[in-house]
Unconditional design. Structure first.
Length: 74
């Protein structure tokens, strides 16, 4: 009878951990990209910013700077 009254070694509840991460503002990302071009993209995505900087440099070289009219807004 004593074995039936003893408590088990297993936990009776489970602890859940929730990690909250702040999101980035879409408006701030658009403003930074508009004013600073590919450099402003570093706020939203590092990989995308690096790719756009490389693409912009290549386009600027081959179009003597006129390609910035296309790559800067993109």
């Amino acid at each position: 009878m004593e074995n039936a009254n003893q408590q088990s070694d297993q936990p009776t509840h489970t602890v859940h951990t929730v990690i909250v991460k702040s999101t980035k503002s879409v408006g701030v990302a658009l403003l930074l990209t508009f004013f600073f071009g590919p450099l402003g993209m570093f706020y939203s995505t590092i990989t995308g910013a690096i790719v756009m900087i490389v693409v912009t440099i290549v386009v600027l070289i081959f179009t003597f700077g006129f390609g910035a009219l296309v790559t800067w807004p993109v």
